[in-house]
Design a protein around this ligand. Structure first.
Ligand SMILES: Nc1ncnc2c1ncn2[C@@H]1O[C@H](COP(=O)(O)OP(=O)(O)OP(=O)(O)O)[C@@H](O)[C@H]1O
Ligand SMILES: [Mg+2]
Length: 353
């Protein structure tokens, strides 16, 4: 079937149905993650342990037919389907990207390709690695290529259906022995998605029920919905065909400008620092993906509103005083960011700032 907007909508629906087989709830989060994939952006997942972050990423990989065992070789480079790296303080940059190793038998150097050579890369507990190692991943995410022993290799080969999608996880509650990601580099992630506890007793029950009569993980029941090549085609289709009209574009840029104290004074109560044009680009791309997912080739202001928090929350620096007034800590930070963004939306609707 030729790829069109209806095909994108129905395939994404089927993809989301597969994810539901292994992960109960998180409907919004699932949509935002799939939208990021379609917008070719990486995801930072924040949440406490045991709430199915890893399961969700594995489920997505499986629905794309990608696993830790599958390897596709393109131009001599082996790309794994799915890789999970547990970040630890002793993890070195070369453990991410790869290195040259000396082969005693042939007496020659060989390239050992690191885990970054994957379609889907799960970087678990990214804040446990030292900054140098974090930087190696963030740089690879940004540049979509890495250099090993003086040779540069691509992480994305669009002509061959090879995409590169990173999901990093971290526990939002500050812990000992962690290295918080530098604020200035957080915007390498298109979105930061918070995963909270299940929302209701019904969800808690459904999670238990899913596991009640089996010993294996439900994620094993997930069926392949699409080929990786489909992802590339859908990305291209959305980029070329989904339109942002002038009113919506005005909304996006007004919203972005309203986060900046230099432009809109009253926002200073919430934000010490607003967002850059990179945020506006991310908002545009992601809302286009969201429009496509609901089967439309025109972005609406509602599409933008739905993902504003996810795209902007890690790009603003909240006003510390206001955070302290709200009791300090993680929850207060999120509350201040969320209120500030609501105000920015309101201003953008009025067309000022
Ligand atoms: N919403 C949910 N739906 C289905 N299963 C769930 C859900 N929440 C937790 N589980 C189950 O709980 C277990 C823990 O999930 P998982 O390992 O994915 O968590 P995690 O968030 O990655 O935790 P950690 O931070 O410790 O790695 C799995 O068996 C998973 O299937
Ligand atoms: Mg996990």
């Amino acid at each position: 079937m030729k790829l069109g907007i209806d095909a994108i909508r129905s395939t994404v629906k089927e993809l989301l149905n597969q994810l539901d087989k292994a992960v109960v709830g998180y409907e919004v989060e699932k949509r935002v993650i799939v939208a990021s994939l379609l917008a070719n952006g990486h995801v930072l997942l924040e949440g406490v342990p045991g709430i199915a972050k890893t399961t969700l990423v594995k489920a997505l990989a499986r629905a794309l037919g990608l696993s830790e065992k599958s390897v596709v070789e393109i131009n001599g480079v082996p790309y794994k389907g799915f890789t999970r790296i547990q970040f630890t303080p002793d993890l070195m940059p070369a453990d991410i990207t790869g290195s040259l190793v000396f082969n005693m038998a042939t007496r020659e150097f060989e390239t050992r390709f690191g885990p970054v050579f994957s379609y889907i890369l799960l970087a678990d507990e990214i804040n446990r690695a030292v900054p140098r190692t974090q930087s190696a991943l963030l740089q690879a995410m940004q540049e979509r290529e890495v250099t090993i022993g003086g040779r540069t290799y691509p992480l994305e080969v669009r002509s061959r259906g090879k995409f590169f999608f990173v999901l990093a996880t971290q526990n939002p509650v500050e812990q000992e022995g962690t290295y918080p990601l530098p604020e200035a580099q957080l915007d390498r992630f298109m979105v930061r998605v918070f995963m909270g506890y299940p929302r209701s007793i019904d969800e808690e029950r459904r999670i238990c029920e899913l596991h009640m009569y089996r010993l294996t993980e439900p994620v094993e029941d997930i069926e392949k919905v699409i080929e990786p090549q489909w992802v590339i085609e859908a990305q291209e289709y959305i980029a070329r065909n989904v339109k942002v009209d002038s009113t919506t574009l005005n909304y996006i840029v007004s919203l972005v400008r309203a986060t900046r104290p230099e432009v809109f004074e009253s926002i200073a109560k919430y934000f010490e620092l607003g967002v850059s044009p990179r945020a506006a680009i991310a908002l545009t791309r992601l809302s286009k993906a969201l429009a496509a997912m609901r089967g439309s080739e025109a972005v609406s202001i509602e599409d933008v509103d739905q993902i504003t928090f996810h795209v902007l929350n890690h790009r603003v620096i909240p006003n510390l005083e206001t955070v302290m007034e709200r009791g300090g800590g993680f929850k207060a930070r999120v509350a201040v960011i969320s209120e500030g963004l609501e105000l920015a939306k309101k201003v953008a609707r009025g067309g000022k700032a």
